[in-house]
Design a protein around this ligand. Sequence first.
Ligand SMILES: Nc1nc2c(ncn2[C@@H]2O[C@H](COP(=O)(O)OP(=O)(O)OP(=O)(O)O)[C@@H](O)[C@H]2O)c(=O)[nH]1
Ligand SMILES: [Mg+2]
Length: 175
Amino acid sequence: MQSVKVVVTGPFNAGKTTFIKAVSEITVLSTERQVSDVAGEGSGETTVAMDFGRITISDDVVLYLFGTPGQERFSFMWETLSEGMLGFVLLVDATDGDSFEDAKSMIGFFTDMSDVPFVVAANKVAADDTATIASVRGQLGLADEVPLLPVDARDKDSVKAVLLGLLYRILESMS
Ligand SMILES: Nc1nc2c(ncn2[C@@H]2O[C@H](COP(=O)(O)OP(=O)(O)OP(=O)(O)O)[C@@H](O)[C@H]2O)c(=O)[nH]1
Ligand SMILES: [Mg+2]
């Protein structure tokens, strides 16, 4: 049995917690707090430490999913969570152009931590909206070899497709 540690990161409100909850076969351990309690403004919930979930891919591969906080104020967790990861997903809200700078610096942070494969998943965009997806690639300045996959973080099959895309890159990098 091979255990694969995968980090799910990305800017505030991208959909990371939703992504892990959609696919996990165990009840996700989450650390969410009301945004108003930690930021003094806004509404809804935000991750303050981590999300933890698990998905069995086959008889011999299990992915352990570690979701990060999106807010920079909790970035002390990013380094801890990245320890021992074999790859990461950078999730971005394709409709939130203001978050792209944060997304870029998070890609830099996690690739500096560890030279592992990653994929970018564009959330909250229709899978056939190629113009928006191409624009996200351009604005994030992604190298051609980095996969950019549309995702619906609420949909298990869609999330699973992203994780399989990452796993493929991880296995490729090991061979
Ligand atoms: N329309 C749409 N909304 C989504 C989708 N995924 C997440 N959301 C919504 O986006 C908001 C943020 O989702 P979260 O999963 O909490 O985002 P997060 O990245 O964990 O946020 P932080 O922990 O604060 O960084 C919630 O209101 C979700 O319901 C999606 O695929 N489509
Ligand atoms: Mg969250």
